[in-house]
Design a protein around this ligand. Sequence first.
Ligand code: HBI
Ligand code: FE
Length: 292
Amino acid sequence: MNPDAPDLSLPTGARPDWTVDQRWDLYSDADHAVWLELYERQAALLPGRACDPFLRGLEALDLHGAGIPDFGRINKELKRLTGWTVVAAPGLVPDAVFFDHLAHRRFPAGRFIRKAGELDYLREPDVFHDIFGHVPMLTDPIFADYMQAYGQGGLRALGLGRLHNLARLYWYTVEFGLLQTPQGLRIYGAGIVSSRTETLFALEAPSPHRIGFDLERVMRTTYRIDDFQQTYFVAPSLAALRDATLEDFGALYASLARAGDLAVDSLLPTDRVLTRGTQDHARRAGRQAAIA
Ligand code: HBI
Ligand code: FE
């Protein structure tokens, strides 16, 4: 999720690393009912649309259970599979804190859940977005490596003033990434896989561009935080994503300094275009792309 400059003061009750206790005992029946409704909706939609590593992760962690999962229960299996653990966060945490957690294979997850009346709207990551959206992919060893390498890269990027480029990489992969598979396009991005409407839009709508993943191209491309994406980047494999983080980011940053930012709906002659989108959705929405 893209924070709008989160409040940087440590919330009361949070530890210095911005973690809090999940307090699973404090969830109400209504909270658990919201989880179950969201889960049932997505679980019915995702076979044939989410990538196999995601579906395998969902099974391995048995997130269906009886409602909002207890992070302690998830962590036993997650840690055994890839060394990752989920830590409860009070909400968005400062970038440096976020990256440090990722660099140490800890995923900060919101502990609140959205209300029944706002199932399709999310102002900041709740426990469904984070646990259902992000955590199943962390059971895949290659993606688990990618997320840790991303955190390490983020800490370096902060020091070089390149955070906005790394945030775009996160946005267009971890949040809104698509994967090329022999069976066709599949979803791995948490922001898509946890959204009923965007699950269909990202794969089937003629409106968005779908472009082959390229690290520098992604880092140059702005994104919108208030509506469906106008461009989705398609990774040829999770290994290709992981290998991209092994590149020399110094040379990349030098090249980014020379090349300008790209509009959210741009197309370049060098792009591997899988879908040249009509951009009808964005035009109908009439909103200009929020630049980020
Ligand atoms: N904090 N809890 C939490 N979750 C996020 O997804 C998150 C964050 N802080 C920063 C952040 N994301 C962004 O800067 C990333 O997109 C890079
Ligand atoms: Fe997210």
